[in-house]
Design a protein around this ligand. Structure first.
Ligand code: T1G
Length: 694
């Protein structure tokens, strides 16, 4: 095992190198020797300055998240930083890679920070349901000023080295030779002479803060918290840095950290952090399986999905050949893409220059032959099996050998599509979520013949285009849409039996969803489900008459709701009247329906379907299902995903209520899955089930 802390000398400059692969997390094995080294070097008269650097690919990327929830082991990070700040001689943090969380806080304990040009610095604790717990909420405002620090801490988004230099977070940026430059920098500081003021003494950017303006900005950010405690705690901690003396602000930060780290929301968000990484570990696709090289992508279809998928690839720097059936459809698609980028430019999230560079990566065509040079081809054509098979038959003839052939189907059988080619091993599902250039989730559908290196390629592409991949098996609707169908099964019954669309939707938004099922239906367009039902010969008592009246939702100004000024839903007495009429027609006695019943008749069937998905091996882990729902459907991150939440809700309670509704309605969605019954009886958890299944 490597030495976690080594000390080397360049004459009078001491260099402490931390080495704790893979990301130099500040585990205890590193903290104890680091404290020793600092105390020793601080007292060593032959040392005139100290440089703190890291081996491997990055500066410290944070505290060791796996240690949370376990007994604290001293020295804790705050104690190390306090010792660092007591050192009178110049201390310089030399930063490369990503100095995040406790890593940046450690660097803030130094007098100076220098960085490589491609380094990033940030405090992402809010994404773990936390706030920085080792002084970051006080020292960062001191260096950057409260306004800038507030944005960095509440968003959790890192800044690049240039921004850090401009803001005063780092004193120098170098293109290479980080440690040599840091040593030279330290020597210059020694020559320039002291005093060397620790960050805690540098209050000039805090003085005269306009607190009213700060509070306005903080409350704006708090509005986006949507029930999450951490963003609020972050803003309050930065406010404390302005209004309280350093040590009091530090103590308040510590108290808030201890409260959040033991809270449900942080446990849920830490679960998701590791779940996302687990999801990328796929049976049969080990590190030895090499992804195929992707230099150019072909996208078939320039409509809403095709255009969004094409943008995702271009956003990841992959040139795209976009194929449509007619010049007119192609031009319309490219114009939409251009408009989308212009909106980003007007919002300031994309520069004009970056927009032109991205638009230059698109090549439009109406000729399949132009896809011959592509290394991956993704089709986003009409969701109809015969159309998909026709497309793949053509691709089989024109695509170069070894090209990955991907279908964006949301439901259909990927194996049947693959069978339309002579190369089923190269076929995979890549199910994007609308809008495809925004939603993070990518369901990678593994066909029975899909080759391991094709899966590895899809996983590598997902990472490159900023998507969160989950590998799923072939079934109707894979994981997300299959569970969505279960969640929606009782929606109309709830309306007929007495709940209004607004009452059902409010239960969802109170739970933390961005919107409820009826508002979501109006947003997506009720005509999509209507067309799907007609193709399957199915009926919907409420949705069908709404569609027959042309009430497709937002796009027609009315659906379940009225949309007088664009997007804000307003209850419509016409719809309530229709529901009452239909209830009467079907002899249904209406009654008051409480929110718990709505939860039990929508979320519990969804959990049940998730259990069936696990039993069938369509998802490898319960945590994969959590990642699908948090990244594809807005499941509230503070609840950790449906399966994580189900364990908190109580599997035995869920089974008991599923039995109740099953006997009441006779509907299959309520028949408890054997896996659920087994866990309810054993008191086990889904993770155990995975071990048991292994
Ligand atoms: N602790 C423990 N393990 C970590 C870790 C961490 N902080 N960060 C990463 N890992 C593991 C990860 O699980 C994976 O393990 C491997 O390292 C590679 O990670 C006191 C309280 C640094 C940008 O939130 O954002 O400091 O799967 O696959 O894509 O105020 O890791 O290989 O077994 O993500 O190159 C704050 C979290 C902590 C940063 C690199 N810091 N990490 O991304 O690799 S809280 C963070 C990241 C804190 C203080 C507070 C990313 C990365 P395995 P990876 P990557």
């Amino acid at each position: 095992m490597n030495q976690p802390v080594t000390v080397s000398r360049d004459a009078d400059i001491a260099v402490i190198t931390l080495d704790n692969p893979p990301v130099n997390a500040l585990s205890h094995r590193l903290r104890a020797p680091l404290m020793e080294a600092l105390e020793k070097l601080g007292d060593d008269a032959s040392v005139s300055a100290i440089v703190l650097t890291c081996a491997g690919r990055t500066f410290v990327a944070g505290a060791d998240i796996t240690e949370f929830g376990k007994p604290m082991q001293h020295p804790i990070l705050g104690e190390i930083i306090a010792a660092l700040e007591k050192i009178a001689k110049p201390t310089v943090a030399a930063i490369h890679g990503t100095a995040l969380g406790g890593g940046l806080e450690l660097a803030l304990g130094c007098h100076f920070r220098v960085a490589l040009r491609d380094a990033k610095l940030g405090l992402p604790e809010v994404k773990l349901g936390l706030l920085p717990g080792a002084g970051g909420t006080v020292r960062l405002p001191y260096l950057l000023g409260p306004q800038k620090a507030l944005k960095v801490i509440v968003s959790g988004t890192p800044v690049d080295a240039a921004t850090a230099l401009e803001g005063g977070l780092v004193e120098a940026v170098y293109d290479r030779d980080l440690v040599a430059n840091a040593i030279a920098f330290a020597r210059e500081r020694v020559a320039a002479g002291g005093p060397f003021r620790p960050v805690r003494d540098r209050r000039e950017k805090i003085e005269n803060t306009d607190l009213a303006r700060f509070d306005t900005e903080a409350s704006e950010l708090a509005k986006k918290a949507r029930g999450l405690e951490a963003p609020i705690a972050c803003a309050q901690a930065v406010r404390n840095a302005i209004t309280l003396p350093f040590d009091e602000a530090l103590a308040a930060e510590r108290e808030a950290f201890m409260r959040l780290v033991s809270g449900e929301q942080s446990r849920a968000q830490r679960h998701l952090f590791f779940a996302e990484r687990e999801a990328a570990k796929v049976d049969g696709v080990g590190k030895d399986i090499k992804a195929r090289e992707i230099r150019r992508a072909g996208i078939i279809g320039a409509g809403t999905m095709g255009g969004g998928i094409a943008m995702s690839f271009v956003n990841g720097g992959i040139p795209v050949t976009l194929l449509e059936m007619s010049r007119e459809a192609l031009d319309r698609g490219l114009a939409t893409i251009d408009k989308n980028y212009s909106i980003s430019v007007s919002r300031g999230s994309l520069s004009e220059d970056a927009k032109s560079q991205r638009m230059a990566l698109f090549t439009g065509t109406t000729d399949y032959a132009d896809l011959a040079g592509c290394d991956i081809i993704v089709e986003a054509v009409f969701e109809e099996m015969s159309v998909k098979k026709d497309v793949f038959g053509k691709l089989d003839k024109i695509a170069r050998p070894g090209a990955v052939l991907a279908t964006n189907t949301s439901y259909l059988d990927v194996d049947e599509i693959a069978a339309a080619t002579s190369r089923p091993q190269d076929v995979v599902g890549m199910h994007f979520f609308s809008p495809a250039n925004v939603m993070k989730l990518l369901e990678i559908v593994r066909g029975k013949h899909t080759a391991p290196d094709v899966l590895a390629t899809a996983l590598a592409v997902a990472k490159r285009i900023g998507k969160v991949p989950v590998v799923v098996g072939v079934c109707h609707g894979f994981v997300g849409n299959r569970m969505l169908a279960a969640r929606s099964e009782e929606a109309e019954s709830l309306l007929l039996e007495g709940a209004s669309p607004a009452e059902v939707d409010k239960v969802f938004t109170d739970f933390g969803w961005p919107m409820g099922p009826f508002q979501m239906g109006d947003l997506a367009g009720l005509d999509i489900g209507w067309r799907n039902r007609k193709s399957l010969g199915k009926k919907a008592i409420i949705a069908d008459p709404l569609c027959e009246q042309g009430r497709f939702g937002q796009k027609t100004g009315k659906g379940y709701y009225l949309y007088e000024n664009g997007r804000t839903p307003k209850s419509d007495p016409e719809v309530l009247k229709l529901i009452e009429e239909k209830a009467r027609e079907h002899g249904i006695e209406r009654r008051t329906i409480l929110s718990q019943e709505i939860i039990e008749r929508s979320l519990y069937p969804m959990i049940n379907e998730g259990a069936r998905i696990l039993e069938e091996g369509i998802a490898a882990r319960a945590s994969d299902i959590d990642i699908v729902w948090v990244n594809g459907y807005g499941f509230p991150i503070g609840k950790g995903g449906p399966m994580f939440w189900a364990e908190k809700e109580g599997i035995a309670k869920i089974v008991e209520r599923l039995d109740h509704w099953h006997s009441r309605t006779g509907k299959a969605v309520f028949g408890p899955a054997p896996l659920l019954r087994k866990l309810a009886a054993s008191g086990g958890s889904f993770a155990d089930a995975r071990e048991a299944a292994a």
